[in-house]
Design a protein around this ligand. Structure first.
Ligand code: C2O
Ligand code: CU
Ligand code: CU
Length: 454
């Protein structure tokens, strides 16, 4: 299977000359090694989603220490963390200032087809798209990214992604760390050309970059006070699965994931997070002395993702409550309602995506059991639009449902030879939605399916 020619042509067009100054800075920092110089972590601003004017456009971003890269940005790289509350109605205008078509999808936000930002809704350069949707769901960290046909991988990789945080009264009542103690962390990997600009070099298996970026920062460091932090993690990499943990082995307290809070907190020293998945973690830095450091690492590669450096100042003291939320388990069939086989790099049940074909229809309001099976060529992070689901089993491969897969999910990681069953009920809207692999190269090559809720 080959990457589409359309995309390779696009890639060729991205190569843009850097100014002599940026090249110089870039080469200088390469000489000292990426992991030796620490840069202050960028933290994307929280911005009210309602009324937001979203303008994806070519831009330049400081990746840290004056190391500039050409990017495609929703104003900043990464985009602002949009916020809304349950019950709000959100209006957003998207204006396309890219040199190609785009559309923005609100990953994890339950919206109707017209607001879902799928490939049918793309707009050309200079055009706009007006979204308006109510926030129907509970507090959770969702995200936004482009979803054009066959060009999602490129657009996300060049910088188009941001967090979309929903809040509600239930979450407020927990008095979780907030303000400077609540930090969205957008993890991804990246590659650069000789001028230090982001370079998209996909292959059939997916894009795998040379270095990690956290919030668009190379080798980031962040000062932390002696207290509790809420780290809201999104894996917005095209294809890379991270196994995150702290360098000192200290446990992180997992309190939520894709669809919001779990019922109970659970301590974990390492957590696997696939593309598009989210984690809500509490990390206690109260014993980190001034000047001491602890590092958030990816234990799959050994990469240092983010250094935390003790400030010595008093922070937010918090004891984690034993109960966080109540989640009623979906009551569904014990045999699969539908089976989806993910094959090669581009097929679901032997078919590759066709925008104009609806592959199946699902009755509104009925709990179904969907079975995902990865024939090979995994991992495949499987994502469903239009509803959250509950993971009930994994057979083969890793053979278990992990603590971070409890509660409500919209993306589940499927390794080769694994069979994962989920229960799902579409009770938000009738209409057309997508099921796809969130390895963005797999998705772009066709590992995606249209279905209709009827
Ligand atoms: Cu995050 Cu269909 O996408
Ligand atoms: Cu989505
Ligand atoms: Cu896949």
């Amino acid at each position: 299977m080959r990457i589409s020619r359309r995309r390779f042509l696009k890639n060729a067009a991205i190569g843009m000359a850097a100014s002599p100054l940026t090249s110089l800075l870039w080469l200088g920092s390469q000489r000292v090694g990426l992991q030796n110089v620490k840069n202050k972590l960028k933290v994307p601003k929280f911005v009210k989603a309602d009324g937001y004017l979203m303008v994806p456009a070519p831009n330049v971003s400081d990746l840290g220490g004056g190391r500039f890269s050409k990017v495609w940005a929703y104003t900043t790289f990464p985009g602002p963390s949009l916020t809304a509350r349950s019950g709000d109605t959100v209006s957003i205008r998207l204006v396309n200032k890219l040199r190609e078509e785009t559309i923005t999808h609100w990953h994890g936000v339950m919206v109707d087809t017209a607001n879902d930002g799928g490939p049918q809704e793309v707009i050309e350069r200079g055009e706009h798209y007006d979204y308006q949707f109510p926030i129907l769901q509970r507090a959770a960290m969702n995200w936004y990214h482009p979803h054009p046909h066959m060009m999602t991988g490129e657009q996300v990789n060049l910088g188009l992604a941001g967090a979309f945080v929903i809040r509600d009264d239930e979450e407020d009542a927990l008095s979780l760390p907030s303000g400077k103690y609540e930090i969205p962390l957008l993890l991804r990997d990246a590659s650069f050309d000789a001028d230090g600009n982001l370079k998209y070099v996909p292959d059939d298996g997916g894009f795998f970059g040379d270095v990690p970026l956290v919030n668009g920062t190379l080798s980031p460091t962040m000062k932390v006070d002696k207290g509790m932090y809420r780290l809201r993690i999104l894996n917005c990499a095209n294809a890379r699965v991270f196994r995150i943990g702290l360098s000192n082995g200290q446990q992180m307290v997992l309190i939520g994931n894709d669809g919001g809070l779990l019922t109970q907190p659970v301590g974990q020293s390492q957590i696997v997070i696939g593309p598009a998945e989210r984690l809500d973690l509490l990390v206690d830095f109260s014993s980190l002395a001034a000047g001491d450091t602890v590092v958030l690492k990816d234990f799959s590669t050994g990469w240092e993702l983010l250094e935390f450096s003790g400030s010595g100042f008093a922070g937010y003291s918090y004891s984690v409550p034993p109960n966080l939320s109540v989640i009623a388990p979906l009551d569904g069939p014990s045999d699969p309602t539908r089976v989806f086989e993910f094959m090669g790099h581009n097929l679901i049940n032997g078919q590759s995506f066709d925008m104009d074909r609806i592959d199946f229809s699902v009755p509104f309001g009925v709990v179904e059991r969907w079975q995902f099976y990865a024939v090979s060529a995994g991992p495949h992070p499987i994502h469903v639009h239009g509803a959250s689901f509950q993971v009930v089993s994994r057979v083969g491969g890793r053979n278990q449902v992990f603590p971070w897969e409890r509660g409500w999910k919209d993306t589940v990681l499927l390794n080769s030879q694994e069979t994962v069953d989920v229960l799902v009920r579409f009770d938000n809207y009738r209409g057309r939605y997508l099921l796809h692999c969130h390895n963005l190269e797999h998705e772009d090559m066709g590992m995606m399916s249209n279905f209709e809720v009827v």
